[in-house]
Design a binder for this molecule. Structure first.
Ligand code: ATP
Length: 270
């Protein structure tokens, strides 16, 4: 519901094993896990722990998954909200939601705050200023900046945010002491697609005609989310065909179906 913008259930069971590929991003984000687990190690030498990092990359590439894995690995609570939830919000509500979220997080520190689709709140100010909805977005952004500046670097709260458009973000968000680190998450290459297929095929029953080499060759340009979809669709197709195991043909039909969906999506956009 619109009334509840962040998950009340803050416990996360996802860890780095659930995230296939993305080796560079994992190394970078591992540092954040260590900041949360051993803050003293850094602060005793006078270092300032970063307050946040921005995960940048195309849709469905595992940004949310990675943020959850940080919380899972560090065994800390995970608070999340999505920028798009703010779009239809009444005046004043967005800012107070941000305030509530930070208040809760500070009480539960060490913890992670995750803001998905931060571009919906954090677009550069002063553009498209026609409707009142924009003022509300600006209030929400200002509150976010205020909150980020308002807590100490050693408060144990790390804010991760995700976007596929870092270029349109308000510069104020990217300033030192805010989201001054960017972690890039790209579409998976052939080897990474194999690894992602392996993760998502683990719960499936399939016969020996099915191989991850073949499947990853058939899926250039697919995101992790697309691959997860293929695996689920293949299982549903095989079940509809009253099979006891998923075959290569079922997977191929699933891939065709997902490609059909992607083409439709691209047509709507262009
Ligand atoms: P969006 O920008 O659309 O929010 P996202 O980058 O946050 O996308 P996720 O929500 O993390 O993407 O990914 C969606 C789902 O796709 C995950 O829950 C997972 O099932 C699958 N997935 C994506 N990337 C990976 C990956 N690298 N390894 C394993 N599964 C993945």
């Amino acid at each position: 519901s619109k009334a509840q913008l962040f998950d009340k259930d803050t416990h996360v069971s996802i860890n780095f094993n659930d995230v296939a590929g993305l080796e560079e991003a994992k190394v970078e984000i591992m540092e954040i896990v260590d900041f949360l687990k051993n803050p003293k190690k850094y602060t005793t030498l006078g270092g300032k722990i970063p307050k946040g990092a921005l995960l940048v990359g195309p849709p469905g590439t595992g940004k949310t998954l990675l943020a959850k894995a940080v919380a899972g690995e560090a065994k800390v609570p995970f608070f999340s909200l999505s920028g798009s939830d703010f779009v239809e919000m009444f005046v004043g509500v967005g800012a107070s939601r941000v305030r509530d979220l930070f208040k809760q997080a500070k009480e539960k520190a060490p913890c992670i705050i995750f803001i998905d689709e931060i571009d919906a709140i954090g677009r550069a100010r002063g553009r498209n200023q026609i409707t009142g909805a924009n003022d509300e977005r600006e209030n929400t952004l200002n509150q976010l900046l205020t909150e980020m500046d308002g807590f100490a670097t050693n408060a144990g709260v790390i804010i991760l945010a995700a976007t596929n458009r870092a270029d349109i973000l308000d510069r104020a968000l990217l300033r030192a002491g805010r989201f001054d680190r960017q972690i890039h998450v790209e579409l998976p290459d052939l080897e990474e697609r194999k690894a992602i297929f392996k993760v998502h095929m683990k719960p499936l029953k399939f016969d020996e005609s099915v191989g991850v080499d073949f499947l990853s060759k058939q899926t250039p340009g697919f995101s992790g989310a697309d691959i997860a979809n293929v695996c689920n669709e293949a299982a549903l197709i095989a079940a509809r065909r009253n099979k006891t195991e998923i075959s290569k043909q079922d997977f191929m039909d699933a891939i065709d179906r997902i490609i059909g969906g992607l083409e439709k999506r691209n047509k709507i956009i262009s």
